[in-house]
Unconditional design. Sequence first.
Length: 114
Amino acid sequence: MSVFGLNPRESALVPYLGRLVGARDAVIGAGLLRSADNERRLWLLSGLACDVIDLAAVVIAAREGAVSRWSFPLVAAASVLPVGLAVLAFVAPPPAAAETPDTPGDGLSWSVSS
């Protein structure tokens, strides 16, 4: 975190905020991986909303002087990059459906018939 100009020794909030953002992103990532195609857009939108709010918080903190001019680009980039990737995920065509063991394709099947 000190790369971003945030010193964990100076504030007990720094590690807490790191864990908070990390936990939120882990939950959103797990939701993306476990969701069906029609639900994935909701998870993407949730992640995008969180990242936009993070970016707004960084801009507000910079305007109030809580983030230095040196660390602002680094901290802002940590929010801009996920926003850009989420927007890209919205406009990119969905990937081709992966073949599962229960779908025909190579003649092999994992289902057991009686």
